[in-house]
Design a protein around this ligand. Structure first.
Ligand SMILES: [Zn+2]
Length: 204
């Protein structure tokens, strides 16, 4: 589902990472990741393994519009506000939450910039499926698997952040979520998700 974004919102979007990307050293816009790319340090550890089934199922639900987002809950009369809890600007559709939201794009920009791939960050007009398929097509086969795993992991962490805000009233900035993504990636790699570490070859 594509979400039309008002021009007013596009004009106010200027995530921290993007502002830093205007400096002479654009590849250093995610210093915490570059100083300790810990989930890359485990390359070679463990066996190859697929993403956790619960995360794959979550992602399947997201692609098929089956997650109980605020927009879906409001559409079914389960709550009043359809607004995204990550940005408090637009309706929380699946595609908005997992691809087009300003918060989501800031997280992706920081992560992808670590690999000098910041230009592959989703846009405000992308659907999750469009962006995922378009971006994975830029990689060779082995890296496509790594990218798929990375998309599942980050989407899962975004969903957990969304739920943390909804149920615990405990919002975290994008920088904190990035730290959680790194920790989760570490645990996935330690558990055998070796393909995730393949992105190490992309670090400039
Ligand atoms: Zn949002």
């Amino acid at each position: 589902m594509r979400h039309d974004v008002p021009v007013r919102v596009r004009l106010v979007y200027l995530p921290v990472c993007q502002r830093r990307a205007t400096t002479p050293a654009p590849l250093r816009i995610a210093p915490s990741l570059r100083e300790r790319p810990s989930f890359l340090a485990h390359a070679g550890c463990g066996r190859h393994a697929p993403p956790p089934p619960k995360v794959k199922f979550f992602f399947w639900l997201g692609l098929h519009g089956r997650l109980w987002t605020s927009e879906r809950r409001a559409r079914h009369g389960l709550q009043q506000s359809p607004t995204c809890v990550l940005c408090d600007q637009l309706d929380e559709t699946h595609d908005h939450l997992l691809a087009a939201c300003v918060y989501t794009r800031e997280v992706w920009l920081c992560i992808l910039s670590t690999f000098a791939l910041g230009h592959l960050t989703p846009t405000a007009d992308d659907t999750l499926l469009e962006w995922w398929l378009r971006t994975r097509a830029r990689f060779h086969d082995d890296l496509q698997k790594a990218f798929d795993t990375l998309v599942l992991l980050v989407s899962w962490m975004l969903w957990k952040e969304r739920n943390r805000r909804v149920f615990d009233d405990d919002p975290s900035p994008a920088t904190t979520l990035l730290d959680r993504v790194k920790e989760e990636a570490d645990s996935w790699i330690a558990a055998g998700f070796r393909s995730l570490a393949a992105f190490a070859s992309l670090v400039p």
